[in-house]
Unconditional design. Structure first.
Length: 202
């Protein structure tokens, strides 16, 4: 996909429909997709993240109560926070903003499991960063698991939520093991959720 040409097209569309939040939301989605491509290619998604965030903010200026707009903003923030954490940088501020946006999205669209999955992933990444700094991550992991379990309640066949929940319990088990706590229960839950994810999406 030629993202620059697509961006030019969205800019032209905004000039025609200045009050149409859907144009900004579609542009945000495009830049989020580019972020995913860049992350999978080992490239920095910073520039695309900034473009995505700008487009999302444009949509929310027009339609502040858009659950989809807040959801896309949360996803872009989470992906960039995940990148920062994986690069050895402090992702806390970005991930906290992702949590705020995901919470708003979940309030506006309470039946949308994707917003809860984003929320769970953001809390999980904060927990992982806390653990890497020698701090106790269990509260962040608890909030992550709570959000992911709610996502599964809404969408029982949501394979990614099961997979993400399995990752959270694995992280809990690793932390417990490092502190001399029996991790068997956490690891057992991790295996169960990972197995369910594979069964749903082999």
């Amino acid at each position: 996909m030629d993202y620059e040409r697509a961006a030019d097209a969205y800019e032209a569309a905004r000039g025609i429909a200045l009050s149409d939040a859907a144009v900004y939301e579609a542009e945000c989605e495009m830049w989020v997709q580019r972020m995913e491509v860049e992350l999978n290619s080992g490239k920095s998604p910073k520039a695309s993240f900034e473009r995505a965030l700008g487009a999302c903010e444009g949509a929310l200026t027009i339609h502040p109560e858009s659950g989809a707009g807040h959801g896309r903003k949360a996803w872009a923030l989470w992906m960039y926070g995940n990148y920062l954490g994986g690069s050895g940088q402090d992702p806390s501020d970005i991930l906290k903003k992702a949590i705020q946006a995901a919470e708003v999205a979940a309030r506006l669209e309470p039946r949308n499991a994707n917003h809860l999955d984003t929320l769970g992933n953001a809390y999980a990444d904060i927990g992982s960063y806390e653990m890497s700094r020698g701090n106790n991550p269990l509260e962040s992991f608890r909030l992550s698991a709570e959000a992911l379990e709610k996502a599964i309640e809404l969408h029982p066949n949501f394979a990614w939520a099961y997979n993400d929940l399995g990752s959270v319990y694995r992280s809990i088990g690793e932390y417990e093991a490092s502190r001399g706590i029996d991790p068997a229960k956490a690891f057992s839950k991790s295996i169960v959720y990972r197995k369910q994810a594979v069964e749903l999406d082999p």
